[in-house]
Design a protein around this ligand. Structure first.
Ligand code: GTP
Ligand code: MG
Length: 202
């Protein structure tokens, strides 16, 4: 898919105030600092469409971006960041849960995980929750540039083995790097295919 336009629409913490347009929507979620905002910038070829930071906890709201004037991409706050206060965490959790439960436009979530880390309980539990709530998702492994060519497949395979303890099949997944652009075409083509299927079924 060619990105001809990518514009910020609105930020808020209330799912009821998210854009009303019935356009297909894809949300990026995962632990703080995993690279959600960076991936959005990489996919859209914009340096600072979504705000990024080396300090976890940068994105604190539901951020809608409209792409090619036909679909929404959503940047969400990270979960599981220890330095955010317990009460702030609860607020995040509340509106993230509300977003996923109520946003009927949502076509699929992308759950981002850092390919360098062993599977984390919080990610596994979040995917479990998506499954229980019948919310489709793919996994996006981030920061692939930080692992050697040999180590990368070992880590991914390790993750798959863990997933298979909980899931009958490995969910759809992508291996990406926002620094090198790895995985960009695969993610964008995946979204384009779904958008085309939705258009044809209307
Ligand atoms: P929150 O908004 O705090 O939840 O974080 P986030 O998931 O949006 O992460 P963000 O995109 O802000 O990136 C966090 C840090 O990781 C930044 O310093 C990025 O430059 C770095 N980073 C993100 N993606 C990559 C990547 O693919 N490769 C490398 N080397 N660094 C990355
Ligand atoms: Mg962010």
């Amino acid at each position: 898919m060619k990105i001809s336009s990518a514009e910020f629409v609105i930020s808020n913490s209330d799912v009821a105030k998210c854009p009303k347009e019935k356009l297909p929507e894809y949300a990026f979620i995962g632990r703080s600092n995993v690279g959600k905002s960076s991936l959005i910038n990489m996919l859209t070829n914009r340096k600072s469409l979504a705000k990024t930071s080396g300090r976890p906890g940068k994105t604190q709201l539901i951020n809608h971006f409209i792409i090619n004037k036909t679909w929404f991409l959503v940047d969400l706050p990270g979960y599981g960041y220890a330095r955010v206060s317990k009460s702030a965490k609860k607020v995040f959790q509340k509106f993230i849960t509300a977003y996923f439960s109520k946003r009927t436009q949502l076509v699929s979530a992308f759950v981002l995980v850092d390919c360098r880390h062993e599977p984390q309980k919080i990610d596994l539990e979040f995917m479990q929750w998506l499954g229980e709530n019948q919310i489709p998702f793919s996994i996006i492994f981030t920061k692939a540039d930080k692992l050697s060519k040999n180590k990368l497949p070992v880590q991914i395979n390790n993750y798959i083995q863990t997933m298979l303890q909980y899931w009958e099949e490995m969910p759809n997944y992508f291996i990406t790097s926002s620094s090198s652009g790895m995985g960009k075409d695969e993610v964008l083509n995946y979204i384009e295919d779904i958008n085309n299927q939705l258009k044809n079924s209307q």
